[in-house]
Design a protein around this ligand. Sequence first.
Ligand SMILES: O=C(O)CCC(=O)C(=O)O
Length: 244
Amino acid sequence: MTDIGRLMLTDGEQRSLDEEGFVILHDILRREQVDAIVERIQRMAETSERDYSREAVVEPEMIKVLDLINGGEVFDVGYTHPRVLAAAKYVLGGDMKFHSMGSRSATPGYGRQALHLDFHRDLGQTHPAGCNTLWTLVDFCRHNGGTRLVPGSHRSGQNPREVLDDPEADVTGEVRLEAPAGSVVVFGGHTWHGGAQNLSDDMRWTLLTAFCKRDHAQDPPVAEIIDDDVRERLSDESRELLDL
Ligand SMILES: O=C(O)CCC(=O)C(=O)O
């Protein structure tokens, strides 16, 4: 990672990634960006047909929208924000490209997931093959399904689905994501985490953007799906990140 990239993260943020396996970055999105992103996700969910065959775990009650790279300019920040990119690159050890961007938003009463890893490859190694970033589009708290995260689990070299009797149950040391709208939690692919039930009466809106090592496959390959107008507005840096 370059010195400039490193400077984007404080020592405390780097330590959090090293020791906890995740970091919460605050004030990444402005209020109007949050509102515009939510509006767009909502509109796309209403107007596009959902392809369940592409969902690793089918959750019909949740709002899921994929391939937000083509969703409009409001999503460009998902793969251009310098602090988020710096954190993901730090996790991946400097070798990075864009993997995918979508939304998994919890409707009232839903959202609980088993603890899991987002990227199994390279388990046991310092740098996972992938890194996810979860963007809070409402204030996240325990009540509305703040994500479950297990600090230090990335160093266990273990997959929670293989070692826990019940990965859906709470585990010792688990914390819940509490962060105002416009924050981003960056977590490595080996960090045990999972969605939690939204007990509130409101939607828990989320954007997820994942990155991976350059020798890992994107989901789906961006070159195969990207719309011409998006391709045309990309900087050279973004084109490289998207592997175009
Ligand atoms: O929705 C959340 O809080 C977590 C989502 C997640 O872990 C996933 O989709 O892999």
